[in-house]
Ligand binder design. Structure first.
Ligand SMILES: *Cc1c(COP(=O)(O)O)cnc(C)c1O
Length: 459
């Protein structure tokens, strides 16, 4: 008889990962390189040096080292809130009456409330090691800014956070939390930067966007001494740090001989999904597994399912290097009524490539369906999920119900990337039925696509 799987599986300290896993090293076809927007040549470490800190640039450009050591200092940082639990969703399985086995990796127990601390810690550590004194960043829903505020508090670094204006209004306590950790939080677009002033002069009432906040943060980093910019998603070094999620999950499952048939994650810029799937995708690329991978995104910001695979800027002001990715165009701004997070216009280049090559599936969901799934989940599993994470819950439930129809006993693993404690405004609008769904029209998307640069590689 098979050993009964515990409801919560934790790794021991000895089992904790000592290396991050760099999935690119195992990709036979690598993602295309980032390009310098002026020369259209692949970016060099030198090109990136004014914006990012040195150690992080090395990781960003490294596509050959498979296993990258986690510095002892970061292992210790992780120990303060990791391992995260791998949870067997016995109650959800029962509620759905499905033969499927459902597992989820819960990243929401640290104070910032999401997986983002997994990269914030290393980024602050490397900045300190490289002799910087302050950092700038942007935040949308607030999780990344909070994670950076915690990490900068820990490593004693200054931090300016440009927070998307609508989010700072919807989530005043996020702002207060960052300030309590010592960060300076500025609603974006702001009058403190040229890019902010330019956007405000075009549209004084804009609620802002992640792309626009990124422009402001980069501008300030470049203009400030011993200051660099940090990004919480999209880039490859962030996915590298997030591989801790997948590595822990895989060690926990391997202990019981469990092989997931389907792995699901929500996708904004791709970091929690990329981190969760990394070691499992490595096995698939090596021909050792047949696991299906599913990215779930909001219908109002569908960069996988309705985006283009093209070189595009990472920010609205079009200052970043060009990234070959699934994109809606850096000028795309999702509808203001969208409360489910995952509002970024582009997608990590590795995930975009895997999607293009057929290794990764994607689907989009409207927000009321996502919140339906969240409620269904939280009532039986006891955890209030972040709206972002609930996209993954929706797909996991659908896959489990599919198993119920076919009688298949599949193993489903999904990423529960965070908690929803700071998203009660969104839950309230769901409860009082003022939440509505917005699916952009083709014409809406065309307006975004028009901002994709017409460079030769995009022809
Ligand atoms: C930021 C965030 C996401 C989306 O970012 P990715 O880089 O795509 O992972 C998802 N879930 C939560 C809880 C987040 O805070």
């Amino acid at each position: 008889m098979k050993e009964k799987i515990p409801t919560r599986i934790y790794l021991t300290e000895e089992e904790m990962p000592k290396f991050w896993y760099n999935l690119r090293a195992d990709m036979k076809e690598k993602p295309e390189p980032m390009l310098h927007p002026g020369t259209l040549k692949p970016v060099t470490a030198e090109d990136l040096a004014p914006v990012f800190c040195k150690s992080v640039i090395e990781q960003e450009l490294d596509e050959t080292t498979r296993m990258i050591p986690i510095p002892q200092d970061i292992q210790d940082f992780y120990r303060a809130y990791r391992p995260s639990a791998l949870i067997r969703a016995y109650y959800l399985e029962k509620a759905l009456d499905t033969p499927a086995e459902i597992y989820y990796k819960f990243e929401g127990t640290n104070t910032s409330g999401s997986h983002k601390l997994n990269s914030a810690g290393p980024q602050a550590y490397f900045a300190k090691k490289d002799g910087l004194t302050s950092l700038t960043t942007e935040t949308g829903a607030g999780q990344w800014g909070t994670a950076m505020a915690m990490a900068c508090g820990f490593y004693d670094l200054g931090l300016i956070v440009y927070m998307v204006k609508v989010s700072s209004e919807q989530k005043p306590y996020r702002k207060a939390l960052m300030e309590t950790y010592g960060a300076n939080v500025i609603p974006s677009p702001s009058n403190t930067t040229e890019s902010g002033r330019k956007i405000l002069s075009g549209d004084p009432n804009t609620g802002g966007s992640l792309g626009c906040a990124i422009s402001e943060a980069i501008e300030t980093a470049v203009k400030t001494d011993k200051c660099r910019y940090v990004l919480g998603s999209v880039l490859n070094h962030v996915l590298l740090h997030q591989s801790i999620i997948g590595l822990e999950a895989k060690t926990a499952l391997d202990r019981y001989g469990i092989k997931p048939d389907i792995i699901i994650g929500c996708a904004g810029g791709g970091s929690n999904l990329g981190g969760l799937i990394a070691p499992f995708m490595g096995e698939k690329l090596a021909g050792k597994s047949n696991t299906r991978f599913i990215a779930v995104e909001p219908a109002s910001c569908p960069s996988f399912t309705r985006g283009r695979f093209a070189y595009d800027f990472g920010d609205t002001a079009q200052t970043t290097p060009l990234i070959k990715m699934q994109t809606l165009g850096s000028g795309y701004i999702p509808s203001a009524n969208h409360a489910g997070g995952l509002r970024y216009h582009g997608m990590n280049s590795v995930l975009s490539k895997l999607f293009k090559d057929g290794y990764l599936e994607a689907r989009s969901e409207v927000q009321t369906d996502v919140f339906d799934a969240a409620i269904r989940f939280m009532k039986v599993e006891g955890i209030l999920p972040a709206p972002e994470s609930s996209h993954a819950i929706k797909a996991a439930i659908d896959e489990a119900l599919e198993c119920k129809k076919t009688g298949e006993k599949k193993v489903i693993l999904f990423g529960l990337s965070g908690t929803g404690f700071f998203d009660m405004t969104a839950y309230s609008s769901y409860n009082d039925k003022t939440m509505s769904d917005h699916i952009p029209s083709d014409a809406d998307l065309e307006r975004g696509f028009a901002s994709i640069p017409g460079i030769p590689q995009n022809k």
